[in-house]
Each structure stands twice: as structure tokens, then as C-alpha cells.
Design a protein. Structure first.
Length: 563
């Protein structure tokens, strides 16, 4: 069967095992998306009606990739399969019941409403919005002090006939429980991507959707559960077989991304965790070069070192040419593009410092992990205005030119708009514009990555999940940053180790771990120690470089950081 071509035995088993509950344990680089897409196509080829199939994931970008790859296999039959995020499914159910488009509030609108109702400062209003979100997602309870604000906010929101993102999960659950006539959402085959990241409300959503079917497939990896701060419960993944009796468990164990040294080092690290489903991954890649662990005198030198290492591979492009000798000669004549590099950090403050250094050096970069809600609202308003006078057909290339001419599309929006026009080009104009509006309504930090731009990517470790690069720098691999902790906090070391594991496994060819011995952090200069996770990487997989303290440069010689 063509759908099974190119799959390994484990992927084929995950694709063809479609009856009853199934748990697919898919580690990093094992072809998870490929397997889900082929599974969808296999179901259709087996005679399952497309409208009876549901696949949910967490970002628009991941859902769009699934849609495009499924369309390449099934053509127009893809259009009646629901492939999208939890929030898109929620808003689709709500609009189906209401019969009209909903007014959706993003964070900016929520903050504006809270401030107008309470007079709180921006900081306190943000904290209250976050608390309301956690309450709605069943992550924490509502204390008596918060209850007054919560009720005030809910009353005002309802008066405005508006909904926030969390309502898109809570309200559909109630609708599905109360209404027995929602035949459009009686899915027979349900697939949940990144199952390890679902929070209590998403778990309830899935249980409600699946109450009339046993054909539920969870796909994910306990070792990549990194969103506890957003309420995800790793136990949902670990307890899948208890929740769904008779579960068939299949592990994808062939790793296609990282070199042998990077993969084995990462595996040895994550084996220190207890809460996991132990699987042994094997790579088809070559042995590769050792992971480079670099000790640097301070944070500024860390930035310079990253820039120089990029420069050495690309060829000098800036005035930050601090090092002249290669740290190794394994690269030979390999050519690199800026898009081959990523700099991953634990905090947004670190990302800002590195982004500023790259900007000063002239190295092009994109920073992901932040969303501008006001920009989303501008685009939403523009597309909503189009709905009142839509032609029978749309020339998307002409529409793009008109929007650019009117200043409706800025350069950072271009790739996303092009992708959306391709993704929804086969739908009717009204369906396409509605889908595009939903994309911007539900846009998350995971959707910001531009895969076509030839730029260095700067990202937090959380936002980098699902991405891969030839060369990865993880900066600030220091105790207190990785794992992240303050004196007031209890640290979940297993969660922090999983986050570091996710960062390490983004690397395909080279991984560099950098730590400073002194850093200016939170307004203070402090002595730093390397992360304890470094000690968990066996020496056979690493090489160490120690960069001494800065010395005054002689006029005839430039300072060298790596010897």
C-alpha cells in the first residue's frame, strides 16, 4: 500500500493499528507527524468517512503542516477531516451552535477590560488575567478574594457578548454534554498529538468527545512534557492505559534527527528521570562530533562566543571577529546558512541580550516566543471587513499585493499569509477567510517561527519544541537558570531536566552548551556554577573548552577566546 511506503516497522504498526485505544510513544526525531498523517490517510483508505476523523494538536503551525501533508495524500477528501488545535475545535463547535461568528478577546482586550473594571495597574491586571485563566483551566481553585474579580470580569465579558481563549475549551464541553444533536462532532476516530501536554480541561474535552467511541489514539512522549506551568499533567500520558482499558502501546524507536553522540548523550541525561515510559532510541545518523561544553568568564563573552562560532561557519560578516583559530577542524568545507543555527535560552531576558548582540553584529535573526496581540487584532479586523463583500473567487496573489500596498501586511507577516493562502486556497472564499480569521484569533508563540527565512533563530527552550537545526547553542547552562530556580521556589527537577532534554534534541549535527562563571542577572552580578545536568552527560560524549578571563588586547593581536 502506497500509504505505508517509506515507513519503518514501528511506524507502520502505529499507522495500521486503528481499532480501540492506542498510545504511540514517539520520542524526538522519530517521525511523529509523518506517522499521524499516514494514519489519517490509512483510515480514509479503509473506508472511514473523513468527517468522522479528528486530529488535534497545540499550534496552528503543527495543524497546518498536518493539513498540507494530508492533502498531498488524499486531495479534496482532506477538507472534511477536522485537523486543528483544541481552541479551533472549540470555536468551531461554539459557532456551529450559535450560528454566527464569535467576538474573541485576546490578552490585550482582556487586560483592557480588567483595568477598566478594577483600576488595577497593568502588572496586577496581567496577574489577575493569568489567575482567571488558570481557574478556568482547572489548574487552581478560586479563592474568596479572586471570586469578586472573577465574577465581575465574567459579567462584563458576557454583557459584551465576547469570549476569551479559555472559554473555547470550557464552553464546548458543556455544549457537548447538554446537546445530543451535535452530529457534526460525533467523531469515531480521535487522534491527540502531544498528549503529554494536555491540561485538565483539555483532558476533559477529549474524554467528552470520546465518550461514544473507543478509537482514541494518544501520541506523545513523556520525556518531552515541559508545560507544567501551563497546567499540563504528565500523569495524563502515563495513565493513558488505565484511562482507556485495552490500550495497545506502540513505541517509535528509530531516531532520524541527531547524530549518535548527541542522541546517546541526551538519552543518558533523561534516564535520570523516574516519571517516564522508558524507551531506547537508535539513530540512523553517523557518530558525529562531541558535544562542546564551554566555560566563559561572563555573559557578554558568551554572546561574543556564539557570534564568532556562527561567523566561522558562515564566513565573517561583522565587526565581532574575536577568534581566529578553529576549535576543531571537523567541519572542513561544509557550507552553512544562517537558518542552520539556533540559540536557545531559559528566560526571555537572556533572549533579549543575545538578540541585541546579534543585531549589533549584523547577523540576521528571528526571535520567537512572543506574540503581539494588537497586531493580530489589526489583521482580524481587516479580514472580518472582507466578509461583507466577498467575490465568488479570490485571487490570493492579488489580495496579497493589495494588502501590502495598503500596509496591511508587514514583512514579518508575509510568510504566514502565504502559507495561509496556500492552506485554504481550495476552500470557498468565505470558508477560507473564516479559517484565516481563526488562525489569527488563535495564534500562539509556536506559530511565529518562519521556516523559510535565512536567519538565526533565538528562542526560549519552551518555544523551540518541535523545531530542529543543524547547530544548536544552549546558553546559560548554569545552576539557577537550567534548572531554573530562585531561593523562594521548589524546583521540579524532572520537568527542568525534560526541558533541557528537549533543547539538546533540537540539534542535528552540533550541540554547544555554554555557561558563564559570572553573570549580571536580575540587577545583580553573581558568581555562577555550571548546571548539575552537565554532570549527567557522560564524558565520552563531550569536549570541554575553558575561556580564561579577559585580558587587555595588544594592538597587534586580537583576543582569542577559544584556544
Amino acid at each position: 500500500m502506497k500509504i505505508l511506503e517509506g515507513l519503518n516497522d514501528f511506524q507502520s504498526k502505529a499507522v495500521t493499528t486503528v481499532e480501540g485505544p492506542v498510545l504511540v510513544v514517539a520520542g524526538p526525531g522519530t517521525g511523529k507527524t509523518l506517522t499521524i498523517v499516514r494514519r489519517i490517510a490509512y483510515l480514509v483508505e479503509q473506508g472511514i468517512k473523513p468527517e468522522h476523523i479528528l486530529a488535534v494538536t497545540f499550534t496552528n503551525r503543527a495543524a497546518r503542516e498536518m493539513c498540507e501533508r494530508t492533502y498531498a495524500l488524499l486531495g479534496s477528501r482532506t477538507q472534511t477531516i477536522f485537523i486543528g488545535t483544541f481552541h479551533l475545535l472549540g470555536i468551531t463547535i461554539m459557532e456551529h451552535v450559535s450560528g454566527h461568528e464569535l467576538l474573541l478577546y485576546g490578552r490585550d482586550e482582556q487586560l483592557e477590560l480588567i483595568r477598566s473594571l478594577t483600576g488595577l495597574t497593568s502588572k496586577k491586571a496581567f496577574q489577575l488575567v493569568e489567575k482567571i485563566s488558570r481557574i478556568k483551566n482547572c489548574i487552581e481553585g478560586c479563592d474568596s478574594t479572586t471570586r469578586e474579580f472573577f465574577d465581575l470580569y465574567e459579567e462584563a465579558r458576557k454583557d459584551r457578548k465576547a469570549y476569551d481563549l479559555d472559554d473555547l475549551l470550557t464552553i464546548p464541553i458543556q455544549l457537548l454534554q447538554d446537546k445530543s444533536d451535535l452530529e457534526a462532532f460525533q467523531f469515531q476516530y480521535i487522534m491527540v498529538d502531544e498528549y503529554q501536554d494536555i491540561n485538565p480541561v483539555q483532558y476533559k474535552f477529549i474524554k467528552t468527545l470520546g465518550r461514544k467511541t473507543q478509537h482514541i489514539c494518544g501520541v506523545g512522549d513523556a520525556d518531552q512534557s515541559i508545560y507544567a506551568f501551563r497546567g499540563s499533567h504528565l500523569e495524563n500520558f502515563l495513565n493513558f492505559t488505565d484511562d482507556f482499558p485495552g490500550t495497545k502501546q506502540i513505541a517509535l524507536t528509530h531516531h532520524y534527527r541527531s547524530t549518535e553522540k548527541i542522541l546517546h548523550a541526551s538519552q543518558r541525561l533523561i534516564e535520570h528521570n523516574q516519571k517516564r515510559i522508558g524507551t531506547s532510541l537508535s539513530t540512523i545518523r553517523e557518530e558525529g562530533v562531541p558535544i562542546t561544553i564551554v566555560s566563559l568568564p561572563d555573559g557578554h563573552t558568551e554572546c561574543y562566543a556564539i557570534i564568532e562560532e556562527i561567523e566561522k561557519r558562515i564566513g565573517g560578516t561583522s565587526h565581532y571577529m574575536l577568534m581566529k583559530r578553529n576549535i576543531s577542524n571537523h567541519r572542513g568545507e561544509i557550507s552553512y546558512r544562517f537558518s542552520d543555527f539556533a540559540v536557545l535560552v531559559r528566560t526571555n531576558g537572556q533572549a533579549t541580550e543575545i538578540a541585541e548582540s546579534l543585531k549589533m553584529s549584523g547577523i540576521p535573526f528571528q526571535r520567537i516566543g512572543r506574540i503581539t496581540y494588537s497586531r493580530n487584532r489589526e489583521l482580524i479586523n481587516h479580514f472580518q471587513s472582507m466578509l461583507s463583500n466577498l467575490p465568488e473567487t479570490l485571487d490570493y496573489s492579488l489580495l496579497m499585493k493589495e494588502m501590502e500596498k495598503k500596509g496591511k501586511i508587514v514583512p514579518e507577516d508575509r510568510e504566514l499569509m502565504e502559507n495561509l493562502f496556500v492552506a485554504y486556497g481550495n476552500a470557498s472564499p468565505r470558508e477560507a477567510i473564516h479559517a484565516i480569521i481563526h488562525e489569527f484569533m488563535l495564534r500562539s508563540s509556536g506559530d511565529e517561527f518562519n521556516s523559510n527565512a535565512d536567519v538565526v533563530t533565538v528562542s526560549t527552550l519552551h518555544a523551540a519544541k518541535g523545531l530542529e537545526f543543524r547547530v544548536v547553542f544552549i546558553a546559560g547552562v548554569e545552576d539557577g537558570l537550567i534548572p531554573f530556580r530562585t531561593s523562594q521556589e521548589t524546583v521540579d527537577m524532572e520537568e527542568e531536566r525534560r526541558l533541557f532534554y528537549v533543547g539538546m534534541t533540537r540539534a542535528k549535527d552540533e550541540l554547544l552548551l555554554l555557561y558563564a562563571r559570572e553573570r549580571f542577572l536580575y540587577g545583580n552580578r553573581s558568581i555562577r556554577l555550571p548546571s548539575p545536568f552537565i554532570q549527567e552527560i557522560p564524558e565520552e560524549y563531550v569536549q570541554h573548552i575553558f575561556v580564561p578571563e579577559r585580558v587587555k588586547e595588544k594592538k597587534s593581536n586580537q583576543m582569542e577566546l577559544f584556544s
